[in-house]
Design a protein around this ligand. Structure first.
Ligand code: PMP
Length: 347
């Protein structure tokens, strides 16, 4: 045979320093026709088919004007997402706790900030209605929600109390915390009305705290790295299951305190049956009749907890953090044992 070399672009401005075209392949499984897909994103290329190839390929010209090239790169970046966004999505895909396709990722300084941003975003300032939008969450609720909702004294939204007794007309926002802080239960929306917007706070929906029973896909989902990695403090490497086992053993010594029981479920992440929840907090109730304020009582025994009152509940309840340092946790168990031994625990 005889070869004809078409060297039209074999010039130093094109090669090897740069090439006049980028021969690009799209690796996304759900994109069959890359040229069509990119056209939808305002990137004009030539279809791989025209070069006798697969539709997954495109040829992109790199010899246009400088502004065109910049725009192309910007649009390509926007399609791909930022590195952080991609890593966040990858993590959720691996764990299988939340849908990520077709979702926007908004990053904030912790989910406290994101909760504020969500409230603002869901209460359009241009609404004619000058009444603040009602915000509700069910008792026992995460103790910071009331402060967080009212902190800015916004005229756009206002905390209206327990979602279980919420009974007002008009638009409202309900925070659904699942697993819940403080009691670790799995929750669903409570207010039964059509006009509400839901914010799902999924801070603890990770397999170290609870079985991952489904890949959820709510409109607004809040996660926080502090609970996922445990980096807020020296929590890295914790095994929650062991701590719960030890705590349950100590509490079982007497009937003085009780802890919630969680159903055994199948976790899609660990692929195990009989997985129980191991929440980051223990929602503990004091059963001794003469102790009205459990937090105060425990403080007297050098155990620091958060009062049930702060979660909209009875002061017989306290929330104990189980994600502290190992020495702190040991000390807590020792002191709890000592109380039960010396103060006539109900047997
Ligand atoms: N939501 C829940 C249910 C929480 O328990 C917490 C932290 N305790 C937050 C939100 C706030 O998370 P961050 O520290 O990321 O602001």
């Amino acid at each position: 045979g005889k070869l004809v070399h078409d060297l039209a672009y074999y010039w130093p401005q094109y090669t090897p320093i740069t090439s006049s075209f980028a021969w690009m392949k799209c690796n996304k499984e759900d994109v069959e026709d890359c040229e069509k897909f990119l056209r939808g994103q305002k990137i004009i290329t030539r279809n791989g088919r025209r070069f006798g190839c697969d539709l997954k390929y495109v040829r992109m010209s790199l010899v246009g004007k400088e502004e065109e090239f910049k725009l192309f790169l910007e649009r390509l970046l926007a399609i791909q997402g930022t590195k952080l966004e991609n890593e966040i999505k990858r993590l959720h895909r691996v764990v299988g706790n939340a849908s990520v396709d077709d979702y926007h990722v908004v990053v904030g300084t912790g989910s406290t900030q994101l909760l504020q941003a969500t409230l603002y975003a869901l209460c359009s300032p241009s609404d004619d209605d000058s009444n603040p939008v009602n915000v509700a969450f069910a008792v026992p609720y995460y103790s910071c929600y009331p402060e967080l909702t009212n902190f800015l004294r916004s005229g756009l939204y206002k905390w209206r109390g327990d979602a279980r007794t919420y009974n007002e007309g008009g638009p409202y926002i309900e925070f659904v915390t699942s697993p819940n802080n403080p009691d670790g239960t799995m929750r669903e929306a409570i207010v039964e009305k059509g006009q509400g917007k839901l914010v799902h706070d999924l801070a603890y929906y990770w397999p170290q705290y609870t079985p991952i029973t489904s890949c959820v896909g709510y409109d607004t989902m809040l996660f926080t790295f502090s609970k996922c990695t445990g980096h807020a403090g020296s929590r890295i490497g914790l095994e929650m299951a062991e701590r719960w086992e030890k705590l349950r053993q100590v509490v079982a010594q007497s009937g003085m305190f009780s802890l919630p029981h969680y159903p055994k479920q199948h976790c899609l992440f660990t692929v195990k049956f009989s997985t129980q929840a191991h929440p980051a907090f223990a929602w503990m109730k004091c059963n001794k009749e003469d102790i009205e304020d459990c937090e105060k009582f425990l403080r007297g025994q050098k155990i620091l907890t958060r009062n049930g009152k702060r979660f909209g509940c009875n002061p017989k309840y306290v929330r104990v953090s189980l994600v502290g340092k190992e020495e702190e946790f040991k000390l807590f168990l020792e002191r709890l044992l000592a109380i039960q031994g010396t103060s006539n625990g109900i047997n």
